[in-house]
Design a protein around this ligand. Structure first.
Ligand code: IMP
Ligand code: MG
Length: 179
């Protein structure tokens, strides 16, 4: 393993297996609703495409980019829209697909904003959740993995834009961000 990483936290096999389970639940919950899945760029892009391919129901997709983080690993406590959705969501059954919920700041701001656009329903699906780090309450409807308070990279997640294209989730060594 590369010396930037302490260990593999979630292997390819576990990611795949968990995505099948989440997709089965989403299939059952949204069968007749033509849901709109929103990919929160860039971190959730790999999770999003794998999850969407695992669904068997009709679904539409859109993309949004928001930022509450700079180049490092600490939250700045607000959310900035970098790229907005392409179409209105009024009357739609919307599922936000996120990579990781940490303090909850990003997602709570984003949910408040999207609710003002009158979706028929709004739910949240995340690959990972760090419940120990939560500062703002958010309801996570579909969660892949609850993980410990470690900084993770890979499968879409970055540290200063690096490591996103790794196929599994790794724990980043502290020596990378404490130097
Ligand atoms: P929150 O607003 O504190 O919940 O932060 C959420 C966002 O911060 C996530 O969607 C990630 O993009 C990023 N983030 C939080 N923890 C990590 C991590 O361990 N690795 C990479 N990105 C992270
Ligand atoms: Mg994110």
């Amino acid at each position: 393993m590369h010396s930037d990483f302490d260990s593999v936290l979630i292997s390819r096999e576990r990611i795949e297996a968990r995505i099948s389970e989440l997709a089965a639940r989403l299939d059952a919950d949204y069968g007749d609703k033509n849901p709109l899945f929103i990919c929160i760029l860039k971190g959730s892009v790999f999770f999003f495409t794998d999850l969407l391919k695992a669904l068997t129901i009709p679904a539409e997709i859109d993309f949004m980019a928001v930022s509450s983080y700079g180049d490092g690993d600490t939250t700045s406590g607000y959310v900035k829209i970098i790229k907005d959705l392409g179409r209105p969501i009024a009357g739609r059954h919307v599922v936000i697909v996120e990579d990781l919920i940490d303090t909850g700041t990003t997602l709570s701001h984003l949910c408040e904003l999207l609710k003002t656009r009158d979706p028929a329903s709004l739910r949240l699906c995340t690959l990972m959740d760090k419940p120990e780090r939560r500062l703002v309450d958010v309801t996570v409807d579909y969660c892949g993995f609850q993980i410990p308070d470690e900084f993770v990279v890979g499968y879409g997640l970055d540290y200063a834009e690096r490591y996103r294209n790794l196929p599994e989730v790794y724990i980043l060594s502290r020596k990378v961000y404490e130097k």
